[in-house]
Design a protein around this ligand. Structure first.
Ligand code: IVH
Length: 727
């Protein structure tokens, strides 16, 4: 052989092996740069000797002519479909196992049937044909007998070997081999593709669109006439079985055939009526030493195919149920979509014995999961107003059961999202809910759209108070400018004010707030503290008992902490932890109200957005007035004067609070200590400075006494505070 031809063949083999290690095993042994060098060497040889270029060269994965249409080709062995069992977990697996045992005439006391349990990938079935170990054809399923030839697109799928690896041990490479499996798109590749599509649409490229799910995107990529586009879309593959198999010397293939010659050889092979005979293939496999489906899968792995690592050999019905349950849980964390699992009888001789009914094997069944996607119709698009005035378009849907719950709403988030999805009233849409994720509309079925439908428009005015709704430059959200004039904002802000982590007004429920706001009995949160029995009892369905409960919980909410009060005000961007930080840092509401942006920026975790939002809030006179009113009505907390420059007097000490204090809640006591620089811990150790023990203190007090940690009663605690606050 010419030395350089030898080198050429070696390079092909090495590069294919490295691609396998990289894309299938995820365990490369050379760097990308080293790979590129070898690849360039191969390209150079091909430039000098175009006559050497063969189908199994890595350079043949990309490029190729743009096709006019796809050829229809005959599969060696028909591509079957598979019976679907949608019954519940137990009965689905049980009825399959019962049927198999009956058909195989197995007695009650015969041992369990062995099955291979696989994932049912949500992609497209593909038939890969190898002649003497070289990929020569790939075809879609089509009608089962004939499919469309998509070889050039499939060559670009790096997980699919273009040249089979020689297994070190066991079965050799047959002359003719059909490998069956699923072409799919990973969710991450799908997301990236849709992002790229969005960019193209934004650039004004007309014929571009986004895809509704990975399956549709994979189907679109596979059916690209321009294989360069297919290659960009990053498809993946899993092998799950074989079709026609003819071992060495059974058809005596001439090696070194050119592509067009291979094509006619293949056409002749598939036209031969014996090609479709399943028993011939099974006997070939057996002659190669493979007697079970599990062995076939592991042989396919040796040949270079990816086989899903979840695939498992299980015993009997219990094994099937267990697999179904486990994969049902694992499903949402897989990097790709599955719509069920597949059970297959492991023994090939039993598969042969069980045979087929019409187009389905009797030895396999698909056991589906409830769908994560469903079709439904959009009944309307409602715009909801949030506490801070944010307008959110929400699609109202005809109720649909998906991902385990009935879905009636799906948020469209904001104007940009709503326009991007172009969801319209009356549209048929695909709703998706995977795991615990919020349900979302993934796409519109445009074919079903009514001619007269109109695009959604964000309202120019707040749907509740009719104040102008504005979208600030650089922002995605529209906001109602009505603030407290807007009853929706009022209601939401009162609801927030009363919520557990804010003022914790237990008996003030959502319905009651709605009534109070609508009747205008309550206009601001201060009005809550002006409520009396008589004003509550004018409301529908309000008995004296419940009215007095409401008043009681309003009354007890008056004793609070600065942090909770701040949080309750509902300042934009001031969540619970920021409120705590602000309270700790400044010590009093007056200090916070008067703080400048710069002073606010000194607080841990406070950035410009929060700082400006706080300043903006307190620059509004009606907010200051509201705070005054609340204080006058009896809302109170312990304030501490903090000299921001001074080292805090209790810096470095750690206190534990236990039991019930009379004058303070736990939170108040903690806040006071922290404002003086102390840490408050939840358990006592030798390092504890002192334990503050109220009435009915229990084990923590005992522990302190055991360890000799000082104990302060409430009086001593007050003295401690007094001492340091006057410093
Ligand atoms: S076996 C003789 N195994 O489901 C049995 N099919 O109707 C032939 N599918 O579109 C199919 N995952 O592409 C088999 N692990 C799996 C599968 C699987 C997905 C698809 C297949 C076809 C449909 C079967």
């Amino acid at each position: 052989m010419i030395p350089s031809l030898q080198r050429y063949n070696e390079l092909k083999k090495d590069l294919n092996e490295h691609a396998h290690r990289y894309y299938v095993l995820d365990a490369p042994v050379i760097s990308d740069a080293q790979y590129d060098l070898l690849y360039q060497e191969l390209e150079a040889l091909e430039r000098d000797h175009p006559e050497w270029i063969s189908a199994d060269s890595p350079t043949q994965r990309v490029g190729g002519a743009v096709l006019e249409q796809f050829n229809s080709v005959r599969h060696g062995q028909a591509m079957l479909s598979i019976k679907t069992q949608t019954d519940s977990e137990e009965s689905g697996a049980k009825s399959f196992d019962d049927r198999i045992r009956k058909e195989l005439s197995l007695a009650q006391n015969d041992s369990q049937v062995q099955y291979v349990a696989e994932l049912k990938f949500d992609g497209l079935a593909i038939n890969l044909t190898y002649l003497n170990g070289v990929l020569v054809r790939a075809a879609t399923r089509g009608d089962g007998a004939y499919g469309e030839e998509v070889t050039q697109n499939v060559r670009s799928i790096m997980q699919i070997p273009i040249q089979l690896r020689s297994p070190i041990k066991g079965a050799p490479i047959p002359e003719w081999l059909e490998v069956r499996g699923e072409v799919y798109m990973k969710r991450s590749d799908f997301d990236r593709l849709n992002l790229r599509q969005l960019e193209k649409i934004a650039q004004g490229l007309k014929n571009e669109k986004t895809f509704v799910n990975p399956r549709n995107a994979a189907a679109g990529a596979l059916r690209q006439l321009d294989s360069k586009i297919a290659a960009e879309r990053k498809l993946s593959f899993f092998a799950y079985g074989v079709g026609a198999v003819r071992g060495k010397a059974s058809i005596a293939l001439n090696t070194n055939l050119q592509q067009h010659e291979l094509d006619s050889v293949l056409n002749a092979l598939t036209q031969d009526e014996t090609a479709s005979r399943v028993e011939i293939s099974l006997n070939e496999l057996r002659a190669m030493g493979l007697s079970s489906h599990w062995e076939v899968l592991s042989w396919l792995k040796d040949l270079g195919f990816p086989v899903a690592s979840q695939t498992q050999c299980v015993e009997g019905v219990d094994g099937l149920i267990d697999f179904h349950t486990r994969m049902g849980i694992e499903r949402t964390s897989l990097p790709y979509d599955i719509d069920g699992v597949v059970y297959k009888v492991n023994r090939l001789d039993w598969q042969l014995q069980l045979g087929f009914v019409t187009r389905e094997p009797r030895w396999a069944v698909a056991h589906k999961y409830p769908p994560q996607e469903q079709f439904t119709t959009v009944l309307g698009i409602e715009v909801q107003v949030g506490r801070t005035g944010k307008l959110t378009p929400v699609a109202k849907l005809a109720p649909v059961f998906v991902g385990g719950v009935t879905v009636t709403n799906a948020t469209l988030h904001n104007e940009d999202e709503a326009l991007r999805k172009d969801v319209r009233v009356g549209d048929t849409v695909i709703v998706r809910r995977a795991g615990d994720v919020i349900p979302e509309i993934v796409g519109v079925v445009l074919e079903k759209r009514a001619d007269q439908s109109l695009p959604f428009e964000m309202p120019k005015r707040c749907p509740i108070c009719q104040s102008p709704a504005l979208r600030e430059p650089g922002q995605v959200d529209h906001r109602c400018t009505g603030e407290l004039y807007c009853s929706a904002q009022r209601m939401q802000s009162i609801w927030h004010f009363a919520s557990k982590r804010a003022m914790n007004i237990e008996d003030l429920g959502e319905k009651l707030i709605e009534q109070l706001v609508q009747t205008q009995i309550v206009k601001t949160v201060a009005d809550l503290y002006r409520l009396g029995l008589s004003s509550l009892m004018v409301l529908e369905r309000m008995a004296e008992k419940s009215a007095s409960n409401v008043l009681k919980s309003i009354e007890s909410s008056k004793a609070t902490t600065l942090a909770k009060f701040l949080y309750a005000l509902g300042i934009r961007h001031v969540g619970e932890s920021t409120a705590k930080d602000l309270a700790k840092h400044f010590g009093s509401i007056d200090a916070i109200m008067d703080a400048s942006v710069d002073q606010l920026l000194e607080v841990r975790d406070v950035g410009p957005v929060v700082a400006m939002s706080v300043v903006a809030f307190f620059s509004q006179p009606h907010h200051r007035e509201l705070i005054e009113q609340l204080r006058a009505l009896g809302v109170h907390w312990q304030e501490v004067q903090i000299d921001l420059d001074a080292v805090k007097p209790l810096q470095g000490s750690t206190y534990v609070i236990t039991g019930t204090l009379n004058g303070f809640s736990r939170d108040q006591a903690q806040e006071l200590l922290e404002s003086l620089g102390a840490k408050v811990a939840s358990s006592v150790s030798k390092k504890t400075t002192a334990v503050i023990a109220g009435a009915e203190a229990g084990s923590k007090l005992e522990k302190a006494q055991d360890l000799g940690v000082p104990v302060l009663d409430e009086e001593a605690f007050l003295a401690l505070l007094a001492q340091h606050r006057s410093e």
